[in-house]
Design a protein. Structure first.
Length: 272
């Protein structure tokens, strides 16, 4: 869990200390897991459309705290009702976790979208009111890779990255935690981001995975740049699977996290 007052530019040790995490490398994945949630909406005949989202602590320009939900834009566009169900988790006094989904509005009274998205990019963000524990668990904005960070971190083809999601609506347990998987970067070149807005990851993408975070941790590489961060870095968002001749190829398409930053900036732009 992360305290609201921790600056996004604070040293990784301070962020992890505030979270009560003793070992940044060991707990890196847990920090992103805590911030990742399932969203779903009924789709008729007893079925539900399921997807993944994650929370970011993105303070307003005046410094006021703000929790932002991040997912793929097509996820929200394909959920036509005014509200979705978001899968909050509550830890009980005996240490066990309980899945406690609650409604979350994604459209206004005239069914206008409440989210922001960069043009032609399959990422979307929206400000939400989250339970206190989830507001604390939201990852710092500084953990999202910017346009220059991906290259500066030395990420290259063949490197391993983690991904979180709810494949086919499945969770890792009854408490509603996401499933953690790993894959290797399967495309090149990766930058500049403006030229290559997506990259490929060698892992299977299922319905329910869209919107999930893809992230890097320092423990995933034996060698890395001296100035690479010790905290986990979200480098992208799962948006789809590569399909050829109507068959899935077991390769995911990942939108660069720089576009999540761009979408968050739109929240503070002029309102139409």
């Amino acid at each position: 869990m992360f305290a609201d007052q921790i600056s996004v530019s604070a040293p990784a040790e301070a962020v992890f200390a505030a979270a009560g995490l003793a070992n940044p490398r060991r707990d890196a994945a847990a920090a992103i897991i805590d911030a990742t949630v399932q969203i779903d909406q009924p789709s008729g005949e007893g079925l539900r459309t399921v997807a993944t989202a994650f929370l970011v602590n993105a303070p307003r320009p005046d410094g006021a705290p703000r929790t932002v939900l991040v997912t793929a834009r097509h996820v929200l566009e394909q959920m036509p009702e005014r509200s979705v169900r978001i899968g909050w988790r509550v830890q009980q006094t005996d240490g066990r976790w309980r899945f406690t989904p609650q409604p979350l509005e994604i459209r206004g009274t005239a069914l206008e979208p409440l989210w922001s998205a960069p043009p032609d990019r399959d990422v979307a963000v929206m400000e939400i009111t989250a339970p206190e524990a989830f507001a604390r668990a939201a990852i710092p904005l500084g953990w999202l890779a910017g346009a220059e960070d991906f290259e500066a971190m030395g990420v290259a083809a063949g490197d391993e990255l983690f991904a979180l999601g709810f494949p086919r609506g499945l969770s890792s347990n009854r408490a509603g935690f996401p499933i953690l998987r790993a894959g290797r970067v399967a495309s090149w070149p990766l930058t500049p981001v403006g030229t290559y807005p997506t990259f490929l990851l060698d892992f299977h993408v299922f319905p329910g995975d869209s919107g999930g975070p893809v992230f890097w941790t320092a423990a995933m590489r034996r060698t890395r740049p001296d100035d690479a961060p010790d905290h986990p870095v979200v480098v992208g968002v799962v948006i789809r699977e590569v399909i050829a001749q109507d068959q899935g190829m077991g390769i995911g398409v990942i939108a660069h996290a720089a576009y999540v930053r761009e979408a968050i900036a739109l929240l503070d732009g002029p309102k139409s």
